[in-house]
Design a protein around this ligand. Structure first.
Ligand SMILES: Nc1ncnc2c1ncn2[C@@H]1O[C@H](COP(=O)(O)OP(=O)(O)OP(=O)(O)O)[C@@H](O)[C@H]1O
Length: 361
């Protein structure tokens, strides 16, 4: 759980501090006031990334040379951790947890699982296959401890194999050893993904039933090579092609979630609004699986819901999130913009204007 956050020279904030509630935190303010930027800073604490830009120098306030974000996070074991990140215009990023350098972003993700619903969420349906792979792997990472080491093993084996392919006159025995690794680790990752998807589907169906009014969607997993075929044999078969393109064309790194309706792929059939609703439903299903089936926790960020979904669907998402009972930050133009949001004594409301943040309730 995120308890405290301090921003310095981050986007349009010169300095802001807030103490968050364990339940719903509503952030209200006009257009361009700094609501999304606040969520972006929090997302950064849990992922090391922004959900809006890959150019982190954009986060540095225009009038400053360096942006800094500091967060106090209570782990699931109730241990308080302090995370600090700073970024200058030259591209140097310092990332520390409890005074020591963070070695990998997975360290942050373990401590602060965070999921963001924002205008870019639609990428999970409309974006490239990598967006759906990331989606699937986000879920796996948080529920299956063995996923990360396997993923690292696969990346290492692919790196070595691709290096050999590009080197030209390679040693066939060395290549065979990497083929073996790529194939066996891909099989294991595919097994985890298959099981994860089977666990996810009932939650997805429940979410769709709750949100309503979407045509039936079928979700299937493409493993990254022709299903049922032996990857090791395929790697040998494709060797010349892989050598020409300089990378490995088949394996778990090319997996994909396929979304279709009776009438064809969702991308060709759904309206823009239906696509957005489906993308939110996919993320909700993942949260339900994490929280309800695995007892996990997740900080949920919801940006600009009212401008993304119509009232009926946005109300349904709010109700689904409230049922989930996780720490949540929701942005809105005004405190009464989300009538479905049930507020209680624990709800905190913050107002932001020109990067100045104040607590209202
Ligand atoms: N690096 C930066 N330095 C200073 N200001 C910035 C920087 N990057 C963005 N801004 C400004 O920060 C302001 C806040 O943007 P943000 O997207 O957080 O607003 P918002 O409250 O979410 O608005 P909306 O309701 O329109 O989505 C904008 O006016 C934007 O132009």
């Amino acid at each position: 759980m995120l308890q405290r956050l301090i921003l310095s020279s981050f986007r349009n904030y010169s300095h802001a501090e807030l103490t968050l509630g364990a339940g719903v935190n509503l952030v209200v303010g006009g257009n361009g006031s700094g609501k999304s930027s606040l969520l972006e800073a929090i997302y950064l604490m849990g992922t090391g990334r922004s959900f809006r830009t890959s150019r982190l120098q954009r986060l540095v306030n225009e009038a400053a040379g360096e942006a800094a974000v500091y967060a106090e996070v209570l782990s699931q074991q109730d241990v308080l951790h302090k995370i600090g990140m700073s970024r200058d215009r030259q591209g140097f990023t310092a990332l520390k947890m409890d005074g020591a350098n963070v070695r990998g972003l997975s360290e942050l993700a373990r401590l602060l699982p965070v999921q963001a619903f924002h205008p870019g969420t639609v990428d999970v349906v409309e974006g490239p296959s990598s967006a759906r792979r990331r989606y699937l792997d986000w879920g796996l990472f948080h529920v299956e401890q063995s996923f990360l080491p396997l993923w690292r093993q696969l990346s290492g084996a692919l790196q070595q194999r691709n290096k050999l392919l590009r080197a030209g006159g390679f040693n066939a025995r060395e290549l065979a050893a990497w083929d073996q690794q790529v194939a066996s680790v891909s099989d294991r990752i595919n097994g985890l993904r298959t099981r994860y998807l089977a666990d996810l589907l009932p939650h997805f169906d429940a979410v769709l039933a709750h949100i309503g009014e979407l045509p039936e969607v079928r979700i299937s997993l493409y493993p990254g090579w022709a299903e049922g075929e032996d990857l090791l044999a395929l790697l040998a078969q494709d060797l010349e092609r892989d050598r020409q393109r300089g990378y490995t064309g088949k394996g778990a790194h090319r997996a994909e979630l396929r979304l279709s309706t009776g009438a064809g792929p969702v991308r060709d059939v759904f309206s823009r609004g239906q696509t957005k609703t489906l993308s939110y439903a996919l993320l909700l299903a993942q949260l339900y699986l994490l929280v309800r089936s695995h007892g996990g926790r997740c900080l949920v960020l919801v940006d600009d819901l009212a401008s993304e979904l119509d009232e009926q669907h946005s109300d349904a998402v709010i109700r689904a999130l409230q049922e989930l009972g996780q720490q949540t930050l929701i942005t809105a133009l005004s405190a009464d913009a989300l009538p479905a949001l049930a507020r209680d004594d624990a709800t905190r409301v913050f107002h932001v204007e020109h990067g100045v943040l104040n607590r209202l309730e």
